[in-house]
Design a protein around this ligand. Structure first.
Ligand code: NAD
Length: 449
């Protein structure tokens, strides 16, 4: 592999190129010379940006893939870089050639092939777009974005610079999810009128209010905030619990919605809903520190069916007494799928002398077994880097499923229905809702493709 010849170097200015935060996809671009397929024995050099819980998990699975080497670790918290080096790279016999708090330094490494972005949600779009511009492929964690135009920019960057960009929705690489989706697509459920999607987290109770405090030693807090508004440091708004704050995330609606709504989109072959309404609130923990609702329901309209989201923190029994899942309600039966397996419950045909007669026997539970589908998902990314095929969770798939999540949150925050122009990715007839679709970036950060 002639690394240098197939590299696109980091562009001097991150503001170069077409400034955009919304709009239609760019016209198809000619593949740059640096995008030719790699051979199976070519070494792939990667970096991890965001060495937290999930980034570390992604890196562990990346190193299981033959001929993958991690040459750089980046985190704004030095302790996390040290931990990843010690606990993941060292046992694999690898040593980073660069450790840094600034992802832009990572992208300057000429023979770097790909970046794993494991940062908090508000830090997904910028490193992804900049990595594409620098000629690197990207594995970016879910949820793809914190705002719909961010996702659109990520799609455009992937296409413009001909990069492989996979979102970390690992269900797309799971055999049992693929089988369940095939069943829905086969038409055996009959006409589907309702799709129900949910996530209930019984292990996540309240987040006690904590005072603001000093920035921990070894942390570049301004870089952690990045494009988000400037605020004093508060431990609740930092590692892991950032997801319960609007500045950095969209709560459980985007955290688990990114996973589960993606299954609905996949099976139903849809892009985005034409409207959303939502209710809920801090019904479980009214006085705790979380901003995002601990209890929320959303209803979306599609031309031929409705979709419902439910979530709750602190309780675990969602529909079917499962903590997460997707149900497809067809006229012949209901298919239920979650991470543990899937099944079909037949619909009633008739009631004969008080006895319910079903339309079929349905399908007994098909277990997911012990398949390590997260590892398969990561491996799919590297396969696609070699073949230049679109990955299982291509960035556009991720962008589409985030639209329902973000609209659900806008409808919740405004407490009214929000209508959506699916084709043009725009709110219809509601300037206030339209103003909430994009997120302003704190200077000097700009998202440009
Ligand atoms: N695919 C999955 O099933 C799954 C599961 C859990 C989390 N996630 C996603 O992974 C992401 C990270 O979640 P987490 O729970 O690991 O959070 P975390 O807080 O543990 O880790 C995030 C890390 O990113 C670092 N970081 C923040 N800003 C940075 C920057 N500008 N440059 C470099 N590093 C930066 C933080 O210091 C932290 O170490 C989230 O987007 C989350 O939704 C995905």
């Amino acid at each position: 592999m002639k690394a240098k010849s197939r590299r696109r170097f980091l562009q001097d200015s991150i503001t170069a190129g077409s400034a955009l935060l919304a709009g239609a996809p760019l016209a198809a671009q000619t593949a740059p010379a640096d995008s030719k397929a790699m051979g199976a024995n070519d070494r792939i050099r990667i970096a991890l940006v965001g060495c937290g819980n999930m980034g570390s998990g992604d890196l562990r699975d990346a190193l299981k893939v033959k001929n993958v080497e991690c040459i750089a670790l980046c985190d704004v918290d030095d302790a996390r870089v040290a931990k990843a080096a010690r606990e993941i790279l060292e046992p694999a016999g690898q040593k980073p050639q660069l450790t840094t708090r600034d992802f832009r330094k990572v992208l300057e490494i000429k023979d770097l092939d790909a970046v794993i972005v494991g940062t908090p949600d508000h830090w997904h779009a910028l490193p992804t777009v900049e990595a594409c511009k620098a000629g690197k492929d990207v594995y970016v964690e879910k949820p793809l974005s914190v705002a719909i135009p961010e996702g659109r920019a990520m799609v455009e960057a992937a296409r413009k610079y001909n990069r492989v960009v996979q979102m970390g929705t690992q269900q797309r690489s799971a055999t049992h999810y693929q089988a369940a989706v095939d069943y829905v697509k086969s038409g055996k459920l009959g006409r589907i009128r309702l799709v129900r999607v949910w996530a209930y987290l019984d292990w996540k109770g309240e987040t006690p209010v904590l005072p603001d405090g000093p920035v921990p030693e070894g942390v570049d807090y301004d870089m952690w905030l990045g494009p988000a508004p400037k605020r004093p440091f508060n431990p609740n708004r930092f590692h892991f619990t950032f997801r319960w704050y609007w500045d950095y995330s969209g709560g459980l609606m985007t955290d688990w919605g990114a996973h589960m709504i993606d299954i609905a989109n996949w099976a139903m072959g849809i892009k985005a809903p034409s409207s959303a309404v939502s209710i809920g609130g801090k019904l479980g923990y009214p006085t705790d520190a979380m901003e995002t609702p601990d209890t929320q329901q959303v209803m979306w309209a599609f031309p031929e069916f409705s979709m419902i989201w439910e979530h709750a923190l602190g309780v675990g029994h969602g529909p079917e007494a499962r903590e997460h899942g997707v149900q497809f309600h067809g006229e012949q039966g209901v298919l239920v799928v979650d991470r543990t397996g899937w099944e079909v419950i037949a619909e009633t045909d008739k009631i004969d002398k008080k006895v319910r007669v079903f339309k079929s026997t349905g399908l007994p539970r098909q277990s997911s077994g012990n398949e390590e589908y997260h590892a398969l998902h990561v491996a799919n990314f590297f396969d696609c880097m070699r073949t230049r095929q679109r990955p299982n969770s291509d960035v556009e798939i991720g962008h589409n499923s985030m639209i329902a999540c973000h609209l659900g949150n806008i409808a919740f925050r405004l407490n009214r229905q929000v209508k959506w122009d699916v084709e043009n990715e725009k709110v219809v007839g509601d300037p206030e809702a339209a103003s909430m679709v994009a997120r302003p970036y704190r200077a000097p950060w700009k998202l440009t493709v």
